[in-house]
Design a binder for this molecule. Sequence first.
Ligand SMILES: Nc1ncnc2c1ncn2[C@@H]1O[C@H](COP(=O)(O)OP(=O)(O)O)[C@@H](O)[C@H]1O
Ligand SMILES: [Mg+2]
Length: 268
Amino acid sequence: MQADTSNTPVLEVRGLTKSFGAVQALSGADLVCPRGEVTALVGDNGAGKSTLIRCITGVHPFDEGEIHFNGEPIRLASPTEARARGIETVYQDLALIEDLTVWQNMFLNREIKRGFGPFRLLDRRRMIADSQTRLKRLLVNMPPVRARVRRLSGGQRQSIAIGRAASWGSTLVIMDEPTAALGVRERESVEQLIGRLRSDNIAQLIISHDLEQVMRVADTVWIMRRGATIAHWRVADVSRERIVAAITGADGGDARASAANDRATVVE
Ligand SMILES: Nc1ncnc2c1ncn2[C@@H]1O[C@H](COP(=O)(O)OP(=O)(O)O)[C@@H](O)[C@H]1O
Ligand SMILES: [Mg+2]
């Protein structure tokens, strides 16, 4: 029996640093993602948010610092290793393949096969049925699983991308700007999905530029500036104005943030 894992955060990041040549993208990033909570990460373009996520999920190796997953120190070498641990990521440029169907995207790199040896075949029927069951549990307006992704609206696609991550991500789902390209109704349906995952006790880490959304869906907000996480609050205890001031440095900054290198903000 595993003791006490319920109070151990799913993810804990301490003092992460990462340079790309002369660019110090991370200069001391911390983060805690508890089970059943939505953790928001906010900051200006170029602050290092995507880099932090990519270091967590094994896309980039990091230089210094520690990452603990369910209390255990880890250093993932690839996103495949992250997936094997139940960490799923919806990257900023979403990764559905337009020419494939919904169910084919659901089972991309996870194909179910049947038969033996050289006669193994893709088990289409099972993957179609399984996609249907998995997505139906998560999505309100579910597109047909046999539909090609190119025929779906932006919101449907984003829902499938998140639904896929949520369906396989048993412990932590990370989303980089999940609703940036969506209309109001589509955004609402993604936010409903976030709420559902939250009640399923999954930890979620969400990067968002939309502070109204952060106030609506997140439990905790972490502010990133110039590669460092400079502050964090329970959303219930902070105003939108205070968050904006921290993002821009209008609050006078913090010793660590001011000491960070003077690199100009880079637009994505
Ligand atoms: N693969 C990379 N190679 C070189 N520089 C990078 C790379 N990825 C990010 N950077 C730089 O690191 C900094 C942080 O970028 P990023 O993590 O994308 O910020 P954010 O997601 O907060 O907008 C920026 O200065 C960016 O140009
Ligand atoms: Mg980014």
